[in-house]
Design a protein around this ligand. Structure first.
Ligand SMILES: [Zn+2]
Length: 259
C-alpha cells in the first residue's frame, strides 16, 4: 500500500486526484494505476481501470490482489467483479461513491451474476485520507474565491473515526487475529508495533515498479522526502501521533525552488 500511496503522490504532482493502486501476484507488482481523469478529461479513467486494462485478456484475476488507496467506486467495483478479481485491499472508504461496502456492496452482493470478491479496508487509511486532503487544500487555495469553496473538513487535523467496514471476522482471517484492532484505531503492519509510512519505501524498489517512472517521471530522493513529510506516524496501539509536525504539499513553493 505504501507503493500505491507513493504513486498517488506522483499523480498529485501532475495535478491529478491522488488515488492510485497496484496489482500484485504474490510479491510481484504486475501493474499500477492512478487517477487520470483531469489530464485525459475522461471521467472513467480511474486507477483500477488503468491498472487492469494493461493486463492480458487471459489473466487469471482470481489469483491477483489489488491494493488501492481509496475504496473502489461503484463502477470500478462492478468492473472488478466482472473480471473475477481475487482480493481488493483499500485504504480509506469512499463516502460518496464507495462500491465495496460504504454506499453499495457490489463486491459481495448476492444479486450479482459473477462471483463475489473479498474487500478489506483500513490499510494505511489515514495516509490515504491525508493525500486527498493535500489535493483538496491545494484546489481550494487556487480557487478564485477560496472562502466560498472552503471545505472545513479538510482543514481538520484529526481523521474521522475508523469505521472498520469489513466484518471483524474477515479482518481476523486476513490480517491475523493478533492484529485485530480496537474500534476506532488504525491497523499497523505488525501487531503491537507502530509505523511510519516512509519506512516501507525504498527508492531502488520504487524505480523498478512497472510503468511508474515511464509514465509519471523520475523518482527522486527529494520526492521521497516530501512524501514522507506529509504523514503522521501511527503508534503501537494504532493511534495516530498527531504531535508530529507534518508538511503540506506545496505546488507553488515547489515551482519556485525548482526554477
Ligand atoms: Zn472508480
Amino acid at each position: 500500500m505504501a507503493v500505491a500511496l507513493f504513486i498517488g503522490y506522483k499523480a498529485l504532482l501532475r495535478n491529478e486526484t491522488p488515488v492510485a493502486c497496484i496489482v500484485t501476484k504474490g510479491d510481484e507488482i504486475l501493474s499500477i494505476g492512478y487517477n487520470y481523469t483531469n489530464t485525459s478529461l475522461n471521467g472513467t479513467k480511474h486507477a483500477e481501470f488503468i491498472a487492469c486494462s494493461r493486463l492480458a485478456d487471459d489473466t487469471n484475476f482470481q489469483e491477483l490482489t489489488l491494493y488501492v488507496t481509496v475504496e473502489p467506486c461503484i463502477m470500478c467495483a462492478s468492473y472488478l467483479r466482472q473480471l473475477h478479481f481475487g482480493k481488493v485491499v483499500f485504504g480509506c472508504g469512499n463516502d460518496r461513491f464507495g462500491g465495496a461496502g460504504t454506499i453499495l456492496s457490489v463486491h459481495n452482493d448476492r444479486e450479482f451474476a459473477n462471483a463475489p470478491f473479498q474487500a478489506l479496508d483500513g490499510i494505511c487509511r489515514t495516509e490515504a485520507i491525508q493525500l486527498l486532503r493535500n489535493f483538496y487544500i491545494q484546489e481550494n487555495e487556487s480557487a478564485p474565491s477560496p472562502k466560498v469553496k472552503k471545505n472545513k473538513n479538510i482543514d481538520e487535523k484529526e481523521y474521522p473515526m475508523n469505521p472498520l467496514e469489513s466484518s471483524r471476522m474477515e479482518h481476523a482471517s486476513f490480517y491475523g487475529k493478533e492484529r485485530l484492532i480496537q474500534s476506532g484505531r488504525e491497523l499497523t503492519p505488525k501487531a503491537n508495533l507502530g509505523y511510519s509510512i516512509a519506512n516501507y519505501l525504498d527508492i531502488h524498489r520504487l524505480r523498478k515498479v512497472p510503468y511508474l517512472e515511464k509514465e509519471l517521471g523520475d523518482v527522486t530522493l527529494q520526492q521521497l522526502e516530501e512524501f514522507s513529510s506529509l504523514f503522521y506516524d501511527v503508534d503501537k496501539d494504532g493511534q495516530v501521533v498527531y504531535s508530529k509536525q507534518v508538511e503540506r504539499y506545496q505546488p507553488k513553493r515547489r515551482k519556485l525552488s525548482e526554477s
